[in-house]
Design a protein around this ligand. Structure first.
Ligand SMILES: NC(=O)c1ccc[n+]([C@@H]2O[C@H](COP(=O)([O-])OP(=O)(O)OC[C@H]3O[C@@H](n4cnc5c(N)ncnc54)[C@H](OP(=O)(O)O)[C@@H]3O)[C@@H](O)[C@H]2O)c1
Length: 253
C-alpha cells in the first residue's frame, strides 16, 4: 500500500482522469476527497463504486474558483479526515477556437478554472500540508498539477488553454523552490491526448493527426495518467521535485 493513511484531495473528480485517479489512490490506501462542479449523478455513481470496494471517500460540489467554497471545503476535509497530505489539481476546461476568433470571455473562463482555481486550491491547502509535513518524521506533502502537453509544446486553436497550463508550470516551479525544504514537493504532469469527455469535441481529423504524431500511435487511457499521478503522490517519487513529467505516448510535435 503506497499511500496507506494518506489523505488526498482530487479536483475534477467527475471527469475521466479524476475518476481514474481517485480509484488508483484509494486502491493504494489513501482516503480521498473528490471535488466536482456540476455532475451530481456521476459523482453519486463514483461514490457508490468506491463504497463497494470499502474505500473511504467524500465528495464536495462547487467551483474551484470560488474562494469561500474552497476555504470551507478544505476545512471540512481536514475536520473529517484529520489531516491533508496530497492535493491533485486536476479540474480543467477548454474553450478552443482560433486565436483571431477567441473572445475575452473564453480567455477569462479558461484562466479562472485552469490557473486561478489551481492557485486558490494550492494556497488553501498549504497550511494543512505544512501541519502534516515533517521530513524528520518521514511525513510529506505533495502537490501534483495536471497540466497538458499543450502547455509545454503549444497547440493551434488552444491559445487560452496553452497559456493557462503554461502559467501553472510557472507556479509549480516557484512553489517547489519555496516549499522543498519543508517537505512539500510540487510536480506537474503533462498528459497528451487522453480518451475522456474533454476531447469529445475534437474533430476526427485533428484527433487522428495528434495520434499520428505520437510514437505509440494511440491515445492514452485515464488509468495510465492515474498511474503517473500515483507515482508523483507516493514515496516512489521522493527525488522528484519541480518536474514536468510528460505522459503522452511520445508526442513529437
Ligand atoms: N483528456 C485529455 O486529453 C487531457 C489532456 C491533457 C490534459 N488534460 C487535463 O487533465 C485534467 C482532467 O481532464 P479530463 O479529460 O478528465 O476532463 P473532463 O472529463 O472534462 O473533466 C473535467 C473535470 O473538471 C471539473 N471542473 C471543471 N471546471 C471546474 C470548476 N470550475 N470547479 C470545479 N471543477 C471543475 C469537472 O466537473 P463537472 O464535470 O462536475 O462539471 C470535471 O470533473 C484537466 O486539467 C485537463 O486540462 C486532459
Amino acid at each position: 500500500m503506497l499511500l496507506k493513511d494518506k489523505v488526498a484531495i482530487v479536483t475534477g473528480a467527475t471527469g475521466g482522469i479524476g475518476r481514474a485517479v481517485i480509484h488508483k489512490l484509494c486502491s493504494e490506501g489513501a482516503k480521498v476527497a473528490g471535488l466536482y462542479r456540476s455532475q451530481d449523478i456521476v459523482a453519486e455513481e463514483i461514490q457508490s463504486e468506491l463504497a463497494e470496494h470499502g474505500f473511504e471517500t467524500s465528495f464536495y460540489k462547487g467551483s474551484i474558483s470560488d474562494e469561500a467554497y474552497i476555504a470551507q471545503t478544505f476545512k471540512s476535509i481536514k475536520d473529517k479526515f484529520g489531516k491533508i497530505d496530497i492535493l491533485v489539481n486536476n479540474a480543467g476546461i477548454t474553450r478552443d477556437t482560433f486565436l483571431a476568433q477567441m473572445q475575452i470571455d473564453e480567455w477569462k473562463a479558461v484562466f479562472e478554472t485552469n490557473f486561478l482555481g489551481t492557485y486558490m486550491c494550492t494556497q488553501e491547502v498549504l497550511p494543512y500540508l505544512l501541519e502534516s509535513s515533517n521530513p524528520s518524521e518521514g511525513k510529506y506533502g505533495r502537490v501534483i498539477n495536471i497540466i497538458s502537453i499543450s502547455g509545454v509544446l503549444g497547440r493551434e486553436a488552444q491559445a487560452n488553454y496553452c497559456a493557462s497550463k503554461g502559467a501553472v508550470i510557472g507556479l509549480t516551479r516557484l512553489l517547489s523552490r519555496e516549499y522543498s525544504d519543508k517537505g512539500i514537493y510540487f510536480n506537474a504532469l503533462a498528459p497528451g491526448l487522453i480518451e475522456t469527455e474533454m476531447i469529445g469535441h475534437l474533430p476526427e481529423n485533428k484527433r487522428n493527426g495528434m495520434i499520428n504524431s505520437t510514437n505509440m500511435k494511440r491515445m492514452g487511457k485515464a488509468d495510465e495518467v492515474a498511474g503517473a499521478v500515483l507515482f508523483l503522490c507516493s514515496s516512489l517519487s521522493d527525488y522528484c521535485n519541480n518536474t514536468v513529467l510528460k505522459i503522452d505516448g511520445g508526442m513529437l510535435r
